[in-house]
Design a protein around this ligand. Structure first.
Ligand SMILES: O=C(O)[C@@H](O)C(=O)CO
Ligand SMILES: [Mg+2]
Length: 249
């Protein structure tokens, strides 16, 4: 049975950050993810996780100064040294929180040099943090112009080439729909590589149900195939977060 997580960067933003943990637990979630938690000292988050019994499912890496910074730089050749320094810091933070997955962001880049750099950095990260589960996520270029990883086929090729058991795919159905228009077909092609699933509706990236993406069919397929990982709600609630949680039931 899959378990459900709330992305606290996007959900429950009616509340101050640390109060979102209890709200997520009260709403029925078993886990949470936070895109860039680094502004908050890890012990404060740990205390909320302990108090609520929520699992820390996923966080992003790098950079720690996300607010106005680039969307990661694992595929940016000029930033290789910075990637390694920041990855070590992010890995320490993730280990402190017992995070299930650490998403490595590629950043804005293109071409053969970027691809080679991405492969080098990912292989190095997987080897230097063997106990962490690392993910990469294809993200559509309308939402994130210039993002290097905009292709599920490329992601699969890179993961298969590196072949590290702790480096897998983050399947965000919202991005899959925007990139391919075929969430179920894409899922079937890459599901053997998937470690984590995220959901959000289209258009608008609001609640999963009721839009163009056939989530009842997607959830039924995950259940039929025995997907046992996490499914995280990563979307902008159309109204109050609690009013839009029918999808976890
Ligand atoms: O889908 C997304 O946008 C995220 O999962 C992400 O990591 C971007 O920061
Ligand atoms: Mg996502």
């Amino acid at each position: 049975m899959p378990r459900f997580a709330a992305n606290l960067t996007l959900l429950f933003t009616e509340l101050p950050f640390l109060d979102r943990f209890e709200a997520a637990r009260a709403a029925g979630f078993d886990g949470v993810e936070v895109l860039f938690p680094y502004d908050c000292p890890a012990p404060q988050i740990l205390e909320r996780l302990d108090r609520t019994g929520l699992a820390m499912v996923l966080m992003n890496c790098p950079p720690p100064n996300y607010a106005d910074g680039p969307r990661g730089f694992a595929a940016v050749p000029a930033a290789e040294a910075r990637f390694r320094t920041d990855f070590r810091r992010a890995a320490r933070y993730a280990a402190t929180l017992g995070a299930k997955h650490l998403h490595i962001m590629a950043g804005a880049a293109e071409g053969e040099a970027a691809r080679a750099c991405f492969v080098r950095n990912l292989a190095w990260a997987a080897q230097s943090a063997p106990r962490l589960s690392l993910t990469i996520e294809p993200i559509n270029g309308q939402d994130m112009p210039g993002y290097f990883l905009q292709d599920f086929g490329l992601a699969a090729e890179i993961l298969e080439r590196i072949g590290a058991p702790n480096l897998r795919l983050q399947f965000d159905a919202y991005h899959a729909h925007r990139l391919t228009g075929d969430v179920l077909g894409t899922w079937d092609r890459v599901r053997h590589l998937v470690a984590h699933v995220q959901v959000g509706g289209f258009p608008g990236r609001h609640e999963p149900l009721g839009g163009e993406i056939d989530y009842p069919a997607f959830f039924a397929r995950l259940k039929a195939q025995g997907y046992a990982g996490w499914i995280s709600g990563e979307y902008h609630p159309a109204g109050a977060t609690r009013d839009g949680l029918a999808w976890i039931r």
